[in-house]
Design a binder for this molecule. Structure first.
Ligand code: GLP
Length: 235
């Protein structure tokens, strides 16, 4: 894993959006793996700017998102809604180009990704408990796309988007760790001091189920971008 520490979130957003823009320029039919959460928002903003400024075409792209809530009472909090707002609508990416893991036959999602030739570049955030997508602690490393029960700490972290903790769904459907590991290239971004423990566990060099993100130690092409807060325990 290559680890890059930047002073500001803006610098991270600039570099990561540049990697996506370069890929889209070189491969207009690229398959993108996309993440939600607060972390990738600045990167998506920069990517929208770059794509528009350079006049890049997006109509050949295919996207696969990492995860989606199950039994959501608030459609505005769906991850599809998030992606529409931050990336798909600003870029004019059509619904049929985009995919989210389904509640019915979730494993079919892995097959669909493979049918499209696999994910060229996957962006990831990390949960404060070390989860990636919604793969919580002790998810088997060979898990494909599946339904999960969300950890209490994840529901509490995500409650900031809902009227109350009780409104946060208890389940989600997520790409599995094996699905994520099939991406050709992965970029993980972690910003803020609340991620420092998870980052330290991820970068310990050993893949351990208690920190799902640590499986990335076994992937041949991962770059981790950290700000100084998230890198706080590495010095
Ligand atoms: C959610 C998502 C993850 C994301 C994590 C961190 O649980 N399922 O994909 O990485 O939150 O989110 P944030 O970037 O808001 O800290």
């Amino acid at each position: 894993m290559q680890v890059i520490i930047k002073k500001t979130i803006e610098e991270i957003a600039n570099e990561v959006s540049e990697k996506f823009a370069t890929l889209i320029e070189k491969k207009p039919k690229a398959v993108l793996g996309l993440a939600t959460g607060s972390t990738p928002i600045p990167t998506y903003q920069k990517l929208v700017e770059k794509i528009k400024k350079r006049g890049l075409r997006v109509d050949g792209l295919t996207t696969f998102n990492l995860d989606e809530y199950v039994n959501l009472k608030f459609p505005k909090e769906s991850y599809r809604h998030f992606m529409e707002e931050h990336l798909f609508h600003p870029l004019g990416i059509k619904r049929e180009q985009t995919h989210f893991p389904p509640e019915v036959n979730p494993e079919g999602y892995d097959e669909l990704i493979q049918k499209h030739g696999g994910i060229d570049l996957q962006i990831l955030g990390i949960g404060s408990n070390g989860h990636i997508a919604f793969n919580e602690a002790n998810t088997p490393f060979d898990a494909k796309t599946h339904i999960v029960d969300l950890a209490p700490s994840t529901r509490s972290d995500n409650s900031r988007f809902f009227p109350s903790l009780d409104d946060v769904p208890t389940q989600a459907v997520t790409m599995g760790l094996a699905t994520i590991m099939e991406a050709k290239e992965i970029i993980l971004i972690a910003t803020g001091a609340n991620k420092m423990k998870a980052v330290k566990a991820m970068l310990s060099g050993v893949a351990t189920p208690s920190c799902p993100a640590s499986i990335l130690n076994h992937h041949p092409n991962v770059t981790v971008y950290l700000d100084e807060g998230a890198a706080g325990l590495l010095y």
